[in-house]
Design a protein around this ligand. Structure first.
Ligand SMILES: *[C@@H]1O[C@H](CO)[C@@H](O)[C@H](O)[C@H]1NC(C)=O
Ligand SMILES: *[C@@H]1O[C@H](CO)[C@@H](O)[C@H](O)[C@H]1NC(C)=O
Length: 284
């Protein structure tokens, strides 16, 4: 095919995607989409490129998807960038990943970056104390510098796992309770003992308040690329009603086309998801 024919084909494909998007926008759109970005290493292997370059292409795919989601009106994007268990990988790969993160965080800190153009607010969910200092400091700076932004909320889980998030929330609630008890003791000496009984109960909403995800709606869709069907300790507390999808493409290949397909699938099962949610509310 000649180049002009190829570009006409690309234009046509783009046009068709835009039409699809217009159709999609009549249906229910997800508010929150979460991604498990699986397959960067496999991508590198299959293309015989360096492992680090697989992660780099993966990062570009992430930014591209962020922009598309933003254009579609998705308000929250959450990604699993680095699990606590990833520290067990080959130290050379871990080091490479840390360097890549530092580089990309510094890029995002520049106020000309795509993040700032989208007025995006960035969160890091996880135990940043486990990260090396440059990454930790960069992450904290990025959170502080985007905290006032009112656009897309982009949450990066790293280094994260869901069990650790839940344990963290429980210990924060306990610490809070201890503080209240101590204050009650120190205050009134005729002591409202009845209050102590109330304080000792821990409720679901107490834990909700102390999850990294506090204030963020639960994901409508969780997409794990490269055909894997496990959640691998990602947002276990938050995904009861999420629609799980596992497209076969590797993360660096996940494009606009895949995103549209994911939303179409979501819209197809939407009535069923709503019904599930309603039923759960009734039983409470
Ligand atoms: C960010 O923007 C301010 C002005 O709003 C400018 O003074 C500053 O140099 C910019 N910083 C970077 C890193 O681009
Ligand atoms: C999750 O994180 C904790 C550390 O907070 C760690 O002990 C555990 O091995 C990790 N993985 C799983 C599967 O729980």
């Amino acid at each position: 095919m000649r180049r002009s024919q190829l570009s006409a084909l690309a234009n046509l494909q783009n046009f068709l995607l835009k039409c699809l998007l217009a159709i999609l926008s009549y249906g229910p759109m997800p508010e929150h989409v979460a991604f498990i970005m699986d397959g960067n290493r496999r991508y590198a292997k299959s293309r015989s490129i360096q492992q680090g370059d697989g992660h780099r292409v993966g990062y570009s795919a992430l930014i591209e998807n962020l922009v598309h989601c933003n254009d579609m009106g998705v308000k929250y994007i959450t990604v699993y960038a680095f699990s606590i268990d990833n520290f067990k990988r080959d130290p050379i790969e871990v080091q490479l990943l840390m360097e890549l993160m530092e580089e990309k965080i510094n890029e995002l800190l520049d106020n000309q970056s795509v993040i700032h153009k989208m007025n995006c607010k960035i969160n890091f969910w996880g135990n940043l104390d486990l990260m090396c200092e440059p990454v930790r400091l960069g992450a904290q700076k990025l959170m502080a510098s985007t905290a006032g932004n009112t656009g897309l909320v982009f949450s990066i889980c790293m280094p994260y796992n869901s069990t650790s998030e839940i344990v963290n929330a429980v210990s924060e609630v306990c610490a809070e309770r201890r503080e209240v008890l101590q204050r009650d003791h120190a205050g009134d000496s005729n002591g409202q003992a009845a209050n102590n009984g109330v304080h000792s109960e821990i409720s679901v909403s107490d834990l909700d308040r102390h999850m990294y995800s506090a204030g963020c709606p639960e994901p409508d869709i969780v997409i794990r690329t490269s055909g894997e069907t496990r959640l691998s300790n990602f947002l276990l507390w938050q995904t009861t009603f999420s629609h799980l999808q596992s497209p076969h493409c590797l993360w660096p290949e996940f494009s606009f086309k895949h995103l549209i397909w994911a939303i179409l699938q979501y819209q197809r099962v939407y009535p069923y998801l709503v019904q599930n949610r309603k039923l759960a509310k009734k039983q409470l």
